[in-house]
Design a protein around this ligand. Structure first.
Ligand code: SAH
Ligand code: SF4
Ligand code: F3S
Length: 501
């Protein structure tokens, strides 16, 4: 464990008044993680006492808001932060200006950074209205060198900054925050610890992400994730399956296995089971009806995984398989470690063996040096695979990544023209794939009340397609047969189908 900055507080032991556990905490190993959990549980009790005192002073319960940017990993981390805040006795609120506001940041592209700055800009005004308001910033952005200084300079009212590697110490930081400490900065460069025993509050009662690996070893040249999330670490299969069993007992029916490259699950463990085998075991856990995963890297998606998806009906009929570019030369410069032909071979094999599985992808346009001919290759792959859905991004240089050093020869106008061409092509394919399902009856899991359309709820099909059907909140969490009636581009309006026996 390496601390980069930790002004004001480098103490490894419990605070005064907290019963001390062994004062020297060894650096590694499972027993260490258990000790750390106990230590944080103690801090959580202290945080609850501090919250109770504060709320007595102001004569009302303390409120909190966790604002999440970024991917499923961050969403899962926010569920952990929320679980801890609830356990400390704070009450959630949707309104800006809560007593404790946590910004869980993403830094994958520059626009993610800008969105955070926009939100932080409003905080100083809110702090004037609510003088006890405390603000914390955590997540990927804080791990990027330079950002913390920038945050502290531009937003000096931020009370707490912590990183991705020490999120499990949030009870301790919360206690310090509620005790009135200011300017707390706690960042670690990395960790070999996995502490996953603190309370978690799920956003949805019926579905949950489950981390299987943390970090990434792939170092795609454009990507900041390996720098802000550290090296890849897998949880043991027993731990993962135990968490899945606990979630199932608590009413969860859909699991999303989370990792930056799920296919390399277990490579860092001795005698580990493979990712496909892990999927099979999760599928066969009592109570689990759907299993998704995010994200598989095309360079090592195995036949074994395809076979598990083919033979386990519980596996969702959806694979998100990021392409990034269709040009072999750009892929090489991105360090993706597959060629156009290898990607095509894999995607078409999936289409052939798993005809009911939807394929979605991520594409980056505007990588330095990309030409019209490269983009033609991308368009060619899109046409040949005919993705069911795709997220298209404009390359955003991230400080410290190799691609940020590369010189770009294209004008902004060129990049936008290419981006539009890619977007048009993915939309054409996605519309056609979506429309082809019209009239079918498929099982949907009702996720939420539709906010746009009164009297409707939104269900997600196993292939990840959304369908709006007449209904109300009592249907949330149910699996229902749904007829896909009215295709609206990338989603449907439909209705529940009566079961005929
Ligand atoms: N681990 C996952 C993706 C993580 S980031 C994977 O390998 O697929 C999600 C997506 O953001 C990536 O697939 C990529 O398309 C996009 N992305 C990452 N870094 C980017 C950058 N610097 N500029 C633009 N898009 C980027
Ligand atoms: Fe980033 Fe590549 Fe790792 Fe995905 S696999 S997180 S794109 S470095
Ligand atoms: Fe963003 Fe971090 Fe995820 S940079 S995409 S929140 S891993």
């Amino acid at each position: 464990m390496n601390k980069v900055t930790s002004p004001g507080h480098t103490d490894q032991t419990a605070p005064a008044g907290v019963r001390r556990r062994p004062s020297v905490i060894p650096e590694m190993g499972e027993s260490t993680d258990r000790l750390e959990s106990l230590r944080q549980e103690e801090y959580l009790q202290r945080a609850a006492q501090a919250a109770a005192r504060l709320s007595e002073e102001i004569g009302r319960p303390l409120t909190f808001q966790v604002v999440t940017f970024g991917c499923q990993m961050n969403a899962r981390d926010s569920e952990k932060l929320t679980g801890i805040l609830l356990q400390a006795g704070l009450q959630p609120t949707e309104e800006e200006g809560a007593d404790v506001v946590i910004f869980n940041t993403c830094t994958i592209r520059d626009n993610a950074d800008q969105r955070l700055f926009g939100r932080l800009g409003r905080v100083s005004h809110q702090k004037r209205l609510n003088p006890i308001m405390k603000t914390a910033v955590c997540g990927c952005m804080t791990q990027e060198p330079g950002n913390v200084d920038k945050l502290r300079r531009s937003y000096p009212f931020v009370d707490l900054i912590f990183g991705t590697h020490n999120l499990f110490r949030f009870p301790e930081y919360l206690y310090r925050l509620l005790s009135g400490e200011k300017h707390i900065v706690e960042l670690w460069e990395g960790t070999d610890r996995i502490v996953e025993t603190l309370p978690v509050k799920r956003l949805y009662p019926f579905k949950s992400g489950v981390n299987i690996t943390f970090g990434c070893n792939n170092f795609c040249t454009y990507c900041i994730v390996p720098y802000v999330r550290g090296r890849e670490r897998s949880r043991t299969a027993e731990e993962i399956l135990e968490e899945v069993r606990r979630l199932a007992a608590d009413g969860v029916t859909e699991i999303m296995l989370l990792g930056q490259n799920v296919n390399s699950y277990g490579n860092d463990l001795e005698d580990s089971i493979s990712f496909p085998e892990l999927c099979r075991r999760v599928c066969r856990t009592e109570g689990i009806k759907r299993v998704r995963f995010m994200t598989p890297h095309p360079k090592d998606l195995s036949d074994e995984l395809i076979e598990v998806i083919r033979t386990e009906p519980v596996m969702a009929r959806h694979i998100h398989l990021p392409l990034q570019s269709g040009s072999t030369e750009i892929l090489r410069r991105m360090n993706r470690r597959y060629t156009k032909d290898q990607y095509l071979e894999l995607a078409l094999k999936i289409r052939d063996r798993l005809p009911d599985v939807a394929l979605s992808t991520d594409i980056i346009v505007g990588f330095p040096g990309e030409t019209d001919a490269d983009v033609e290759d991308t368009l060619d792959v899109i046409r040949r695979v005919s993705f069911d859905n795709a997220f298209t991004f404009i390359f955003s240089p991230r400080r410290g990544t190799p691609a940020a050093q590369l010189e770009d020869t294209s004008s902004e106008a060129d990049i936008h023209r290419r981006f539009d061409a890619v977007l048009r092509q993915v939309q054409t394919c996605a519309r056609a794939r979506t429309r082809a399902l019209e009239g079918q009856v498929m099982e949907g899991l009702v996720e939420e009340v539709n906010r746009q359309q009164a009297g409707y709820v939104t269900a997600r099909l196993s292939n990840n397609l959304l369908v709006h059907i007449p209904g109300d909140a009592s249907m949330i969490g149910q699996y229902l047969p749904i007829r896909l009636e009215d295709c609206r581009g990338f989603y449907y309006f439909g209705k529940t189908e009566e079961c005929n026996g």
